[in-house]
Design a protein around this ligand. Structure first.
Ligand code: CA
Ligand code: CA
Ligand code: CU
Length: 321
């Protein structure tokens, strides 16, 4: 435990307190019986393994003093950033208190509670978080550790389209700052393809459109490259695709990638205007290449009046904030 981080974490904790309180509300008064406390399951009724997979905001259950024993079970618990640990009292007169015996660090403290009781804490930063029971930590070694893993860092992301016989061209999707704007139409069924690259080989548990309209029709992983095929992605919106349970052998977690969809925004400034029409007109008849593929708005491999007309038809649209 790096205690120097405690202050920063405390600030973070204060900021998220409201959210935790809401999240915890469902946990309080859940009325778990002592018998249920023996089998540790998550919110979907699945047994909680020592190194579990993670979905968005997954809850992991820990029993406090099951059947009067002076332990937290299971321990240690490994989760991902954003996950919540829910402690359920399996006997009375215990606390779940962050820090080490005698040295609470203020990240969380249930206070000394009696059965039945539940207490939840959401972990929004990576690290190893020790905790203890204020009654039985010092005397009896009633301590535990929550290991919070961060997701592997994506190195780059793209929106990929095949432009007929002209080749395959990628719109970069920056992973921070302003979103990359995909200006090409998605065809009859509004299909797009997102490519996400990692530094090393990964496994991926799933891919989900977590914001915006559309869906992930399929995804595949080849070494360090993940491909997510999207469909039903309507125009004029921001979308986020989240790769779930990305694991590179060292880190594990969810990786979101966002994209702006604004057909006709060939200059990529998040609004379609006369400038986009002019830019498209200027490339009519030119060979589609890495420098002008955005003007091939319908991605058929040629830039002609059809592309110009398509841009004209979207003048006045802009990415929502
Ligand atoms: Ca524009
Ligand atoms: Ca075209
Ligand atoms: Cu205790």
């Amino acid at each position: 435990m790096k205690r120097s981080n405690a202050v920063g974490r405390r600030i973070c904790w204060l900021v998220i307190m409201a959210g935790v309180a809401i999240f915890s509300a469902s946990g309080f008064g859940a009325g778990r019986s002592a018998a249920a406390a023996i089998t540790i399951v998550d919110q979907n009724g699945r047994p909680v393994p020592n190194t579990p997979p993670s979905n968005i905001s997954q809850i992991f259950d820990v029993t406090v003093g099951p059947n009067g024993t002076l332990v937290f079970s299971p321990d240690p618990v490994t989760i991902s950033v954003g996950d919540t640990v829910r402690w359920t009292w399996g006997s009375s007169g215990h606390s779940s208190t962050s820090g080490t015996p005698g040295f609470p660090n203020g990240l969380w403290d249930s206070g000394i509670q009696n059965q039945p009781f539940t207490f939840s804490h959401t972990f929004n930063s990576a690290g190893s978080f020790p905790y203890y029971c204020t009654v039985h930590g010092q005397c009896c070694g009633m301590t535990g550790t929550i290991n919070v893993e961060s997701a592997p860092m994506a190195q780059s992301a793209f929106s990929r389209k095949v432009h007929g016989g002209a080749g395959t061209f990628d719109v970069p999707l920056p992973l921070t700052g302003n979103v990359g704007v995909e200006c090409r139409s998605g065809g009859a069924t509004n299909d797009y393809q997102m490519i996400i690259n990692f530094a090393t080989s990964v496994t991926v548990g799933g891919a989900v459109l977590t914001s915006g309209t559309g869906s992930v029709s399929s995804f595949s992983v080849s070494g360090s490259e993940v491909t997510a095929n999207l469909t039903g992605v309507t125009n004029v919106q921001r979308i986020t695709v989240t790769l779930m349970n990305v694991n590179d052998g060292t880190h594990m977690g969810n990786v979101p990638v966002s994209m702006g969809v604004l057909v006709g925004d060939v200059n990529g400034n998040a609004a379609v205007s006369a400038a986009d029409v002019a830019l498209t007109k200027s490339q009519v008849g030119a060979t589609v290449s890495g420098s002008n593929f955005r003007e091939d708005v319908n991605a058929n491999g040629v830039i002609n009046s059809v592309d110009v007309a398509q841009v004209k038809s979207t003048v006045g649209t802009a990415l929502p904030p």
